[in-house]
Ligand binder design. Sequence first.
Ligand code: MN3
Length: 204
Amino acid sequence: MAFQVPALPYGYDALEPYIDRETMLLHHDKHHAAYVSNLNAAIDKHPELAGTGAEELLRDLNKVPEDIRAVVKNNSGGHVNHSMFWQIMGPNRGGSPTGAIADAINKTFGDFAAFKKQFNEAGTKQFGSGWVWLARSADGRLQVLSSPNQDNPISQGLQPVFGNDVWEHAYYLKYQNRRADYLEAWWNVINWEHVNERLSLGIK
Ligand code: MN3
């Protein structure tokens, strides 16, 4: 079965005023849809890969045939990253972390404010398009990192706990060039409950 864009789990305007309706519409229906379409076109050239999960493709890109490797890296990455992104946000969310993620952040970074500062700085400094992540290594340690394009930490053997999209398409209509303002506002929509679910997942 071909890859499909998952339905947005809330309305396009649900994240207003932090993320505007028009941005959500374009981001989900056009950008994410394009990654899925490109990924399916690449897999069509190699039927032996049909049925391989999107994360599985990213986990060991060397196993992906060379003629589609770059396309898969970008578009399977785009699909996995955005599928996560819609889930880790929600209306009437935000606030301080709760549960296991709160404990893990405090233990690793001191407190939420220090973590948020480090995360926002990494997102601001990512040159050009990319993502900023909180990721977990195989030994359970958390780290903040950024990645270019649609690169996902899973390709480095890390589990992405959550990430924020710092491509201009994620914020430019509302925030123009003010990426730092977008990064700051984004904490009002993070869904800590879902982040905790992701934290409890092991690296497969
Ligand atoms: Mn995006």
